[in-house]
Design a protein around this ligand. Structure first.
Ligand code: FES
Ligand code: FES
Length: 148
């Protein structure tokens, strides 16, 4: 099976039903995407599949074989992703950092679909869980990234 990930086509040995998260982390060695709950609840494993924020812990690799996948490792290749990361740094959003790659992916997807989100748009898009409670800083950083 082949996977197009971060702009490159990779040959995948894993079985078709393997969760995308394990292919990304174990087979491809990209550990920026995190395992949190394994049950589509927390969003730590969020990657973009054809631009959509997708929980890779419950997405089998075969279902995304014909769509481009983007992980945190390549997010600053995208101008919107670069703005998001800069805003995250400016607002010092991360605390422990564990949830943050998923948060950045969700924020980038939001701003690519809606470049000028209001507070309600931000609240409804940024649903990933954060044990450290960085939600206010996340919202502030998304607002800054939207302003450019
Ligand atoms: S690890 Fe995938 S949603 Fe929590
Ligand atoms: S920064 Fe620690 S879980 Fe979000």
């Amino acid at each position: 099976m082949q996977l197009t990930i971060n702009g490159k086509t990779r040959q995948i040995e894993a079985e078709a039903g393997t969760p995308l998260l394990w292919v990304i982390r174990d087979e491809l060695g990209m550990t920026g995407t995190k395992y949190g709950c394994g049950a589509a609840q927390c969003g730590a494993c969020t990657v973009l599949v054809d631009g959509q924020p997708t929980r890779s812990c419950v997405t089998t690799v075969e279902t995304v074989a014909d769509q481009p996948v983007t992980t945190i490792e390549a997010i600053t290749d995208d101008p919107v992703g670069r703005r998001v990361v800069a805003a995250w740094v400016a607002h010092q959003v991360p605390q422990c950092g564990y949830c943050q790659s998923g948060q950045v992916m969700a924020a980038t997807a939001l701003l690519k679909q809606n470049p000028g989100p209001g507070d309600e748009d931000i609240a409804s898009a940024m649903v990933n869980l954060c044990r450290c409670g960085t939600y206010n800083a996340i919202a502030a950083a998304v607002r800054q990234a939207a302003r450019g």
